[in-house]
Write a protein that binds this ligand. Structure first.
Ligand code: SF4
Length: 192
């Protein structure tokens, strides 16, 4: 797969600085679109494919202009339903030495047997893989449910670093906007 930073990327939201979506302070991207249909997903507004896209290069520039972050986390929606965009984004931020965590509903086996998905995670430090299962709801350590697998690809993030990630954070913007993020234990729901 040829990598091009000019590929379009359908994004639900971004957050320039978060402590509840991976080790340290991280830029977070929620992608738009997920067809996996996990029962109890708390993020249904990310499921429609959407029609608005940003260029990957534009998002990479925004990340690189954010001082003091350890890395990025890409979640969703389903990041691997746009594998070319994810690969281009990861290549762009890795050049700056940033760490990369991807949360996906695809299993490690599904990724390993699909060349496009394999290429998309080639530069990722940690993939947290597998469908959300509400009967196994966990909401900690970046795992929505306990069946989800840590696929440690580089050793950059230790188990202790992952277990220290807060389960939720509340951010209040200068305009009074309240953003709640992290592995929120929503009643009857969960997700990535
Ligand atoms: S938990 Fe993740 S993979 Fe499952 S439906 Fe929700 S967004 Fe899609």
């Amino acid at each position: 797969m040829a990598l091009s930073a000019s590929v379009p990327w359908r994004i639900h939201a971004t957050l320039p600085r978060s402590r509840a979506n991976g080790p340290g302070e991280r830029f977070v991207v929620w992608t738009q679109g997920c067809s996996l249909g996990c029962a109890g997903c708390f993020n249904p507004e990310t499921h429609p494919a959407g029609s608005v896209a940003r260029e990957v290069a534009n998002v990479v520039r925004e990340v690189l202009a954010t001082p003091g972050i350890e890395g990025v986390t890409v979640t969703g929606g389903e990041p691997l339903e746009q594998p070319e965009a994810l690969a281009a984004f990861v290549a762009g931020v890795r050049r700056a030495g940033l760490g990369v965590v991807v949360l996906t509903g695809f299993s490690r086996a599904e990724i390993a047997t699909d060349p496009a998905l394999t290429a998309a995670v080639a530069g990722v430090d940690l993939v947290i893989a597998g469908r959300y299962n509400r009967r196994l709801h966990l909401g900690a350590g970046l795992r929505g449910s306990s069946n989800k697998e840590y696929w440690d690809r580089t050793g950059r993030y230790s188990a202790a670093m992952l277990s220290a990630v807060p389960e939720v954070e509340v951010l209040i913007g200068r305009d009074g906007t309240v953003t709640v993020t992290g592995m929120v234990a929503a009643p009857g729901g969960g997700g990535q």
